[in-house]
Design a protein around this ligand. Structure first.
Ligand SMILES: NC(=O)c1ccc[n+]([C@@H]2O[C@H](COP(=O)([O-])OP(=O)(O)OC[C@H]3O[C@@H](n4cnc5c(N)ncnc54)[C@H](OP(=O)(O)O)[C@@H]3O)[C@@H](O)[C@H]2O)c1
Length: 247
């Protein structure tokens, strides 16, 4: 076999926000490249559809409902994945939200709390729980989904702050866990055509230019596989050099 290896054969992956958009594309790409995949988000019926699509690739697909901002639910999620597969090789912290689009000057406390809890506290807690499993099994791979809005200030305000913090969370995790054979990297997508970002592209010139979820999935496959075995603590920007980006 070539030294450069993109295969995820015999790997178990957990993808949050796996019911649609970028998470779904990553889950299916991982399955197509040999991984068994658990998808989680809040709504089970949507997840079950994706689990069926995963099974159609010949891999095992499992749907587990879990709210990313609730630590107890993440604990239950990790326990269930361990029960089902005995290990977790890859975690993609992809679930995210942006409930308030307005400027900081008008932002209310609830908007700060919800955005921070879903985009930052949840990925931290789940990352910590999964890293403990990875430590026991001798290593693993975590991919955090940030945004170009976390690199340059954007019109998404509080969301931008959470995604900047996600990039530093990744670097601190990588610094702390790299010696234990756990790699942690970030993907920072620009504007990607999904339901989440519809208000930013629908009916605008960006509708023609914006990337699709599969464009992010390619970067995720690289980071999840041994092809990137010496890449740790880094951020890959997927924005077409700014075309349709959130900068
Ligand atoms: N689209 C873009 O332009 C873009 C650009 C840069 C970064 N991103 C980031 O990419 C990630 C995925 O976004 P997307 O565009 O694919 O959005 P999407 O199509 O709206 O999908 C969001 C996913 O997250 C899940 N989710 C939302 N809140 C959750 C919660 N509290 N707990 C658990 N799951 C939750 C949703 O499922 P349920 O409703 O079932 O919970 C869904 O599976 C996000 O982190 C987003 O910030 C997106």
């Amino acid at each position: 076999m070539s030294i450069v290896n993109y295969s995820l054969e015999n790997k178990v992956a957990l993808v949050t926000g796996g019911s649609r958009g970028i998470g779904r594309a990553i889950a299916l790409t991982f399955a197509e490249n040999g991984a068994d995949v658990v998808v989680s988000s809040r709504k089970l019926p949507d997840l079950e559809q994706v689990a069926e699509e995963i099974k159609a690739t010949g891999r095992r697909g499992v749907a587990i409902a879990s709210h990313i901002a609730k630590g107890e639910e993440s604990k239950n999620l990790v326990d269930k994945v361990k029960e089902e597969f005995g290990r977790i090789d890859i975690l993609v912290n992809n679930a995210g939200t942006n409930p308030y689009m307005g400027p900081l000057i008008d932002a209310e406390e609830w908007a700060w709390d919800v955005t921070m809890n879903v985009n930052l506290k949840g990925p931290f807690l789940l990352g910590q729980m999964v890293a403990r499993v990875m430590l026991e099994q001798g290593g693993g791979n975590i991919i955090n989904i940030a945004s170009t809005a976390g690199i340059n200030p954007s019109s998404l305000h509080i969301y931008s702050v959470t995604k900047a913090a996600m990039i530093m969370l990744t670097r601190v995790m990588a610094m702390e866990w790299g010696k234990d054979n756990i790699r942690v990297n970030t993907i920072a997508p620009g504007l990607i055509k999904t339901r989440f970002s519809e208000a930013l592209w629908k009916g605008t010139p960006a509708e023609e230019r914006a990337a699709i979820p599969e464009d992010v999935a390619g970067a995720a496959l690289y980071l999840a596989s041994d092809a990137s075995r010496f890449v740790n603590g880094q951020t890959i920007v997927v924005s077409g050099a700014g075309a349709g980006g959130m900068e």
